[in-house]
Design a protein around this ligand. Structure first.
Ligand SMILES: Cc1cc2nc3c(=O)[nH]c(=O)nc-3n(C[C@H](O)[C@H](O)[C@H](O)COP(=O)(O)OP(=O)(O)OC[C@H]3O[C@@H](n4cnc5c(N)ncnc54)[C@H](O)[C@@H]3O)c2cc1C
Length: 459
């Protein structure tokens, strides 16, 4: 019997945390943070490390770490979503290089913060392996590597792997080439977010759980338990942003789902040859991402059902049976040696996707309203940079971070329903069809269906 939902396996691993008390009626604060995931908590952390005297209140609908921050694939990577070329056209090449450098530093800063705060989140910085299955994926991987090189990736940052070199690191069925990126660590997401919440409380923040924010207006967050009045109100809801009044079309809550196996016997690990805990992904359009957990399981994720009508979200991470079957099939396909190892747990969650697939962090000083998110699946690290940047903006500081090209930007809104639903379903149907046809044909060309999907999605 596969356990489905219960937020995520990561909580089955450590136990669900006891709930903190809800907001006990109206309150005043210096800064009110809406959402108790990585973004909100890193913001509180950065603010209170700089200004311990501030009254910082975090409002959380369920419990801190209930959302994507307690459910993700555990890739703490230097990836930043969005087109470097588009950003360079608007801000110049140096601005994009500064952002890339900051993202690399961010990976190390999160690791340093864990060490400083005594957070044991199974963190190992062993890099990221990208594998290409078939000629089309190999061509895309070569283009990706060439692109990273053109943007300054040196031989220590990125290593190309031919079939044999890849097999030394991991044996994925049908893989013909790979690449290893040094700037990525594996984490246990729930351990990270729970440790972070405790660190934030030690610094003096108050986290109110079981408190749903209904509306954010200048100077106040209105909840089902009362109103928090504060000169700064920061919305840190990522995939849940659509739950706020007036925010339904800001970011699309894109679904992602994960299955986790039972611990693999040593003989199976030997066969797979995945000895280091480097995280692993492929180059499919509907790509998979995986990690080797600290206790020797494989956690493998993918898109599943991409989007629910009306920007609805799942209930406690419960995912569709078809998604579990699809991810299990992929797991067996990539690692045939796992055939006899059961899948024990499956769950899903939502991440936030802006219309132009590029994240945002901004604060309007006139209203005191701020927002950060839209990381498109790269939020484990980007949320840390977002938190530090929001803190700089609140404190009125002009720093290297506040000058980065993603600060202050905005994307246009998503289309109203049913267009949003039709578009999201269509895009992923096209990506999956393109993946199947590329593998079947053996062609090195990216299938035209994927190009149509890119056009529709605005990627
Ligand atoms: C399955 C999955 C796998 C992923 N894998 C990776 C990965 O490997 N690497 C990576 O970099 N990124 C990954 N991501 C994305 C990453 O996890 C997120 O971008 C990141 O956690 C976002 O953090 P957040 O704090 O902004 O949002 P969240 O963690 O979603 O936090 C938002 C919080 O707000 C609360 N909330 C919702 N509505 C309200 C309301 N009305 N009032 C008050 N509180 C509310 C929620 O309960 C939640 O706790 C993944 C996401 C998913 C879903």
């Amino acid at each position: 019997m596969i356990r489905n939902g219960d937020v995520s396996f990561w909580y089955a691993d450590i136990g669900h945390p006891p709930r903190r008390p809800p907001l006990p009626g109206d309150r005043d604060a210096d800064v009110c943070i809406v959402g108790g995931g990585y973004t909100g908590l890193w913001t509180a952390y950065a603010l209170l490390r700089e200004r311990p005297d501030l009254k910082v209140v975090v409002l959380e609908r369920a419990f801190a770490g209930y959302g994507a921050s307690g459910r993700n694939g555990g890739w703490l990577s230097d990836h930043f979503s969005g087109s470097r070329e588009r950003m360079a056209a608007a801000h110049g090449r140096d601005a994009v290089l500064a952002l890339a450098r900051t993202m690399r530093e961010t990976v190390d800063e999160v690791i340093a913060a864990c060490e400083r705060e005594g957070i044991d989140a199974d963190v190992v910085k062993a890099g990221e392996l990208k594998v290409a299955r078939g000629p089309a994926q190999a061509a895309r991987l070569a283009a990706l590597v060439a692109g990273d090189r053109a943007w300054g990736a040196g031989p220590d940052d990125l290593v190309e792997l031919d079939r044999d070199a890849l097999a030394q690191r991991v044996r994925v069925a049908g893989a013909t080439a790979g690449a290893w990126n040094a700037h990525c660590a594996r984490v246990q997401p729930a351990k990270l977010v729970q440790g972070l919440a405790a660190a934030v409380e030690r610094l003096g923040a108050t986290i109110h759980e079981s408190t749903t924010v209904r509306e954010v207006v200048p100077g106040a967050a209105r909840t089902d338990r009362g109103t928090v009045r504060a000169p700064f109100v920061l919305t840190c809801l990522e995939g849940f942003t659509a739950t706020l009044a007036g925010r339904r079309r800001t970011w699309l809550p894109l679904n992602s789902a994960i299955v986790v196996t039972a611990p693999l016997p040593d003989a199976v690990w030997d066969e797979i040859g995945w000895a280091s805990p480097a995280v692993l992904g492929d180059m499919a359009h509907a790509y998979v991402y995986a990690q080797r957990t600290a206790d020797g399981r494989i956690a493998l994720g993918g898109r599943g059902v991409p989007y629910r009508f009306g920007s609805r979200t799942d209930v406690d991470g419960r995912t569709q049976r078809a998604t579990i079957a699809q991810l299990t099939r992929l797991l067996r396909e990539l690692f045939p040696a796992t055939a006899s190892v059961p899948v024990e747990h499956a769950w899903c969650g939502v991440l936030g996707v802006p219309r132009d697939w590029t994240p945002t962090v901004r604060l309007d000083r006139a209203t005191g309203l701020g927002i950060a998110g839209g990381y498109v699946g790269n939020g484990v690290s980007t949320s840390h940079l977002a938190g530090r940047t929001l803190a700089d903006l609140v404190l009125g500081r002009d720093t290297e971070r506040t000058r980065l090209p993603w600060v202050g930007r905005d994307a246009r809104r998503w289309e109203p329903e049913p267009l949003r639903w039709i578009g999201a379903r269509l895009v992923y149907a096209l990506y999956r069809a393109a993946d199947r046809r590329e593998l079947a044909s053996g062609s090195a060309r990216t299938h035209p269906l994927a190009r149509i999907a890119d056009l529709v999605s605005g990627r």
